[in-house]
Design a protein around this ligand. Structure first.
Ligand SMILES: Cc1cc2nc3c(=O)[nH]c(=O)nc-3n(C[C@H](O)[C@H](O)[C@H](O)COP(=O)(O)OP(=O)(O)OC[C@H]3O[C@@H](n4cnc5c(N)ncnc54)[C@H](O)[C@@H]3O)c2cc1C
Length: 292
């Protein structure tokens, strides 16, 4: 029997599995072979190469350095310094190349105020017209992520920020009101985390309907936003209704669709991650590759 999506998601947070697989060379090699479809490589140069290649095909990208759940403020400072360097490197990359980050990588869990300062410094260091997209994490962190994004947006940095909203969360419609008022770019996703039903809609039809409603709200508000989904039915229903709104995809997922969208003059951005901590990301993508 194939492993279910939920079981795979639970394995994502199982460090013992990662240690077991990566501690033996054949395990590490096989896992990396699977991951390399979804990951630019382990260095920034790998990600930059992918960004240039995508641009030649008319596709923008958002570069992320893997990492999350940093539990030490000095480590968070080092991560932030790395992101500041990346922000500087963007000048050498095609227009439209953005950055992406999960705030727990910038120390959200240990020093929320410091995390906001780091995010603000990175946003300020970006070349004109670029943004840093903030990922949505599990619901235990949703309040803290929202507070941080709103704080940094209010420092006159809204036009350099992006937030991610998860259609599956019951709280998202009211969070969206606050993000719209703040004027940040919105990346609309279905939601990657397995959450309790008290907080989240079931994966499948309830989440899909919520996604449609939120996309229509974003369009009606004339907000800067993107449809970050590989669900062809949702995407095409929304493109027919709203016109060529930007679409975002993950590197390595349905590249054929990316080509088709570009040919139809739909703006496309691909999320391009790199770094050594690719194992959890691989597990999430493997779970999602099974669809609903
Ligand atoms: C740019 C971007 C940024 C994201 N950022 C976040 C975030 O910050 N927080 C968060 O919780 N979630 C994030 N996600 C993930 C998102 O929440 C979903 O978990 C993920 O996109 C799968 O849902 P889907 O909308 O693509 O639809 P699905 O119904 O899961 O997939 C639609 C179709 O695409 C295929 N497909 C999906 N994934 C894969 C894959 N890995 N390999 C092969 N085929 C696949 C499926 O088989 C299915 O046929 C992001 C997604 C994108 C595209």
């Amino acid at each position: 029997m194939p492993i279910s999506r939920d079981v795979l998601f639970r394995l994502v947070t199982n460090e013992r599995l990662e240690r077991a697989v990566r501690s033996v060379p054949p395990g590490e090699r096989l896992a990396w072979k699977a991951a390399s479809r979804y990951v630019a490589g382990t260095t920034f140069e790998d990600a930059a190469r992918v960004a240039r290649r995508l641009r030649e095909h008319g596709v923008a990208c958002a570069i992320d350095r893997f990492g999350e759940l940093v539990e030490d403020a000095s480590m968070a400072r080092r991560v932030a310094d790395g992101y500041l360097r990346l922000a500087g490197e963007l000048t050498g990359l095609p227009d439209g190349t953005w950055l992406a980050v999960d705030l727990s990588h910038l120390g959200l869990d240990v020093d929320p105020r410091g995390c906001a300062d780091h995010l603000a410094a990175i946003a300020r260091a970006l070349p004109e017209g670029r943004r840093i997209q903030v990922g949505a994490e599990d619901t235990a962190r949703t309040d803290a992520v929202l507070t941080c994004v709103l704080d940094v947006a209010a420092r006159d940095l809204a036009d350099r920020l992006g937030a991610t909203v998860q259609a599956n969360l019951r709280r998202t419609p009211s969070d969206l009101d606050r993000l719209l008022a703040a004027g940040v770019h919105i990346r609309l996703v279905k939601g990657a985390y397995v959450e309790p039903t008290a907080r989240a809609l079931r994966y499948g039809e309830p989440t899909d309907v919520a996604y449609l409603r939120l996309a229509h709200r974003l369009a009606a508000a004339d907000a800067p936003f993107a449809l970050a989904t590989h669900d062809g039915v949702l995407r095409e229903a929304l493109l027919s209704a709203l016109g060529p709104v930007p679409v975002e995809q993950l590197f390595g997922v349905r590249p054929d669709v990316v080509d088709d969208l570009v040919a139809r003059e739909v703006p496309v951005r691909v999320y391009v991650p790199y770094g050594d901590n690719w194992f959890r990301y691989l597990m999430r993508r493997l779970a999602e590759s099974r669809g609903s």
